[in-house]
Design a binder for this molecule. Structure first.
Ligand code: PNS
Length: 161
């Protein structure tokens, strides 16, 4: 069985992530979307909520499952018998750091990385920008799945009150 992992913070999932997940799902028998648990960094959404939002976003993809991990990504890969990491590349600015991580993950555990160039329509998206815009009351409904948009609006309302 050809298996791959698509790791990230997903705080929250955007249409850019969904694009990469969709396309990676077409290349592997099983794709695990793995949310990094970073105890030192709270983020806007707790990990359980990020997972819930991701599950909703990939509900139409039967070969995709959502999980979380803490620690080194290569340890997660080894524990789950996953030989490939899939990463989306938006622009050249992503490349330098992603290349370094890909080379390191290969050195640490012979795990390969596959880079998927994001669709140009979503190349400008990032979770941080989406959060910033939403928290200041901007409209991100075209940039994120519906459930994420709803949750961001709730958070923005909570912050204002
Ligand atoms: O969505 P992000 O924040 O860009 O995702 C980054 C992530 C989670 C893929 C990366 O930080 C990661 O792999 N973290 C796990 C810790 C690890 O393995 N570090 C060594 C990387 S060479």
């Amino acid at each position: 069985m050809r298996r791959a992992v698509c790791p990230g913070s997903f705080d929250p999932v955007t249409n850019g992530h969904v694009d990469v997940i969709n396309r990676a799902a077409g290349l592997y028998d099983e794709l695990v979307v793995a949310v990094l648990v970073n105890p030192g960094k709270a983020g806007l959404f707790p990990v359980e909520e990020r997972i819930e939002l991701l599950r909703e976003a990939v509900a139409d993809l039967p070969t995709v499952r959502v999980d979380s991990f803490q620690g080194l990504l290569v340890d997660y890969c080894r524990a789950h018998d996953i030989p490939v990491i899939v990463k989306g590349l938006r622009a050249v600015s992503d490349f330098e750091y992603e290349l370094q991580m890909a080379q390191m993950n290969r050195e640490l555990a012979a795990i390969e990385t596959l880079f998927v160039p994001t669709a140009p329509q979503v190349g400008h998206l990032s979770s941080s920008l989406v959060k910033q815009i939403a928290m200041f009351g901007g409209d991100v409904s075209r940039l994120v799945p519906k459930a994420v948009d709803d949750r961001l609006r709730e958070r923005a309302r909570e912050q204002r009150s």
